[in-house]
Write a protein that binds this ligand. Structure first.
Ligand SMILES: Nc1nc2c(ncn2[C@@H]2O[C@H](COP(=O)(O)OP(=O)(O)O)[C@@H](O)[C@H]2O)c(=O)[nH]1
Ligand SMILES: [Mg+2]
Length: 180
């Protein structure tokens, strides 16, 4: 299914385009956020290229603004996204499922967000990206590594995908739209 037509349709049907919907694409550097953002551009004819900043990019589709931030060691970026949290509709947290050496770092960043009171009611879509890669771990393994095994919140979902191969994220985004 065409990603952006799908999310656009979902947002329309949910009445989101009357408002200002804001989706944050967060995660460590190299997890696949920019690739996902460019996928939104190339899947939709005529969309503008994302605005680029050193650790952040922004793309507007109608009234929906998608903003990426690289987390991890960037206090600057952290301050930036904190400014966004009051209006956030959903957070897409991208993890490189093929880079086990950085699972602990990704877990720390994810849980820093999950434990913020301001974000308690925000839906988190955790995307285990790069399942096309031979080193990619299973969803069971990634869930365990990220400490999501026994999470009691139903507004946190983990889905595996390959942005490069255009697989997995359609279902994931459908879930996100149902939640927000
Ligand atoms: N194998 C594989 N590589 C990917 C996938 N998505 C992104 N990448 C690669 O991962 C690297 C980092 O991606 P990028 O989007 O720049 O990550 P960002 O730092 O989170 O914005 C790039 O070399 C991408 O081509 C994927 O689904 N599979
Ligand atoms: Mg990037």
């Amino acid at each position: 299914m065409d990603f952006i037509n799908w999310i656009h349709g979902a947002l329309v049907s949910l009445g989101f385009l009357d408002k200002q919907a804001k989706l944050l694409l967060l995660g460590l550097d190299n997890s696949g956020k920019t690739t996902l953002l460019y996928r939104l551009v190339t899947d939709r004819l005529g969309a503008l290229e994302p605005t680029q900043h050193p650790t952040s990019e922004e793309l507007s589709i109608d009234n929906t603004v998608c903003t990426t931030f690289d987390l991890g060691g960037h206090q600057q970026a952290r301050r930036l996204w904190r400014d966004y949290t009051p209006e956030v509709s959903g957070i897409i947290f991208v993890v490189d499922a093929a880079d086990p050496e950085r699972f602990a770092e990704a877990k720390a960043e994810l849980w820093a967000l999950l434990t913020m009171d301001e974000l308690a009611n925000v839906t988190f879509l955790v995307l285990g990206n790069k399942i096309d890669h031979p080193n990619a771990v299973s969803d069971v393994e990634l869930r365990s590594q990220l400490g999501l095994d026994n999470i009691l919140r139903d507004n946190v979902g983990l889905f595996m995908c390959s942005v490069a191969d255009k697989q997995g994220y359609g279902e994931a985004l459908r879930w996100l739209a149902q939640c927000i």
